[in-house]
Design a protein around this ligand. Structure first.
Ligand code: SF4
Length: 196
């Protein structure tokens, strides 16, 4: 049996976990709990997904606003620096493995707000993104297709943004600090999270 590292994370590379990894991947893909950050217009496509028309609960998916228990972080529209701070803190509160899906052209490239002074144009500079659904706004069918895509990626192990965030933390942190100014966590996040 391999040694356990006491670094605060569960090390999924451990031999005993590797044996069960296909089962874990299947279970993760079949029980996605969504933390939805419904900024912008795209959030309006969520009710058809959750109700009788598409009924995403039949795939084991359900909305769960508690970041500690969510797996899939869904960001549904344009992001401003003010909302991005909340998004980053929420993402960091979610436990690994976690997946990010962005929805609409705005978080991909600024969309119709590409020239705006107050819209973040490329969300993937600040957080790792696993699936991006283009469109303004993408219909519920496209969002369902994105969910199927992330399920496929979980199963084949390519939904690995949570690992990339850890491995490239300096890169993401540098971009975050350039946008918000150094020390923003201490100044701003402390107001929401007492332990920072
Ligand atoms: S992509 Fe279009 S629908 Fe989505 S938030 Fe931007 S403007 Fe709104």
């Amino acid at each position: 049996m391999s040694e356990r590292k006491n670094d605060g994370f569960i090390n999924y590379e451990l031999q005993e976990f590797k044996l069960f990894e296909p089962l874990f991947k299947w279970a993760r893909k079949k029980s996605l709990w969504i933390v939805a950050f419904c900024t912008g217009c795209g959030g309006i496509e969520m009710p058809p997904l959750a109700t009788a028309r598409y009924d995403f609960e039949r795939f084991g998916i359900m909305p769960n606003p508690a970041p500690r228990m969510g797996d899939l972080f869904l960001i549904t529209g344009y992001v401003t620096p003010k909302t991005l701070k909340r998004i980053i803190i929420t993402y960091e509160m979610m436990q690994d493995p976690k997946y990010v899906m962005i929805h609409g052209s705005c978080p991909i490239n600024g969309g119709v707000y590409w020239d705006s002074y107050n819209v973040v144009k490329q969300l993937d500079k600040y957080l790792p993104v696993d699936v991006a659904i283009a469109g303004c706004m993408p219909r519920a069918e496209a969002v369902m297709d994105g969910i199927m895509e992330i399920m496929r990626k979980i199963e084949d192990g390519t939904a690995d943004g949570w690992k990339r965030y850890r491995e490239n933390y300096e890169y993401y942190r540098k971009n975050q600090d350039e946008l918000f100014g150094e020390g923003w966590r201490e100044k701003d996040a402390r107001r929401w999270l007492a332990w920072i």
